[in-house]
Design a binder for this molecule. Structure first.
Ligand SMILES: [Fe+2]
Length: 295
């Protein structure tokens, strides 16, 4: 198993100009640091020999429990509701339904409310598509996509954290039972307060900078913890981080990832950090499989 923070600003797909995306980039270069970070990640993943990508996405929000894609093939047009000028993406992807069902079953054993999405017309969200595209542009591997339940919002950050650790544990057990070599993607930004106006060219580098010093400081702190392997401390501080930097971690992806990796005392490799509309985004990889081989 290998785990990554793989944020999903649709801007990064737009700037990469894939044939599947209808809008075309101006090439002005506002997000170079993150695009280079993803390039470095893709290179690093080449030795992974994975069977499947499992992604937890903040943009498939489910009112009741945790949902998983449960149909073998999805295709269609995914449009970002906030940035339709940047992201109208023709997606075509395969799903590892057997693994999704195994995670569903293990989640129920953990006491979680779980559900399978069986509608073949379902429009897959842009968080899933962008993170999967940036990690694996040819969509060759099947995916498992997991929704974000509303526990943090309906109850508290602490309740949300407990659920996501349980969901991570369920994911890990299902991966082990099915014998999959899995790449896990937590599709979220770090700090997430953002600008509410867009310049004429959204890719204008002069417009792009972190929203405020407070959230930049939080991001730097979290990156320090990642790079020194203090992942348990990240969880300890997560409720405060979420509140004080309006973090997208409130949708649970990062905590799910740490839970699935059993909160390793392993430094993450930061491939890149940068802002998109003022939000803080880090591309990070934890090479657990490498650690297992060394052990
Ligand atoms: Fe988002």
């Amino acid at each position: 198993m290998r785990g990554c923070l793989a944020p999903h600003p649709p801007h990064l797909a737009y700037a990469s100009n894939p044939p599947q995306n209808e809008p075309k980039s101006s090439g002005a270069g506002a997000w170079t640091a993150l695009l280079e970070g993803y390039e470095s990640l893709r290179k690093s993943l080449e030795d992974g020999d994975f069977d499947v990508i499992i992604v937890h996405t903040p943009h498939w929000k489910t009112r009741r429990g945790h949902h998983l894609l449960g149909v073998e093939h999805f295709e269609g047009l995914s449009v970002d509701p906030i940035f339709p000028n940047l992201f109208r993406f023709n997606f075509d992807l395969q799903v590892d339904v057997e693994l999704a069902e195994a995670i569903h079953a293990e989640g129920e054993k953990q006491g979680l409310v779980m559900s399978m999405m069986r509608n073949p017309e379902f429009r897959v969200d842009y968080g899933t598509i962008t993170s999967c595209y940036l990690a694996q542009p040819d969509f060759k591997l099947p995916i498992v996509a997991i929704s974000s339940a509303r526990s943090y919002f309906d109850y508290s950050n602490e309740v949300g954290e407990r659920e996501m650790l349980a969901l991570g544990e369920a994911t890990r057990i299902a991966v082990e039972k099915t014998g999959r070599r899995a790449l896990l993607l937590a599709s979220c930004s770090l700090s997430h307060r953002h600008f509410t106006e867009e310049p004429a060219d959204p890719e204008d580098p002069e417009f792009e900078y972190i929203y405020n010093a407070n959230q930049a400081k939080w991001d730097r702190h979290i990156l320090d913890l990642i790079e020194s392997g203090r992942n348990r401390q990240i969880l300890d501080e997560m409720p405060d981080f979420i509140e004080q930097s309006v973090s997208e971690c409130k949708d649970g992806s990062f905590t799910w990832l740490l839970g699935a990796m059993e909160v390793p005392e392993l430094p993450g490799k930061v491939h890149g950090y940068g802002t998109v509309i003022g939000t803080g985004n880090a591309v990070v990889e934890w090479r657990l499989d490498e650690q297992a081989v060394q052990a």
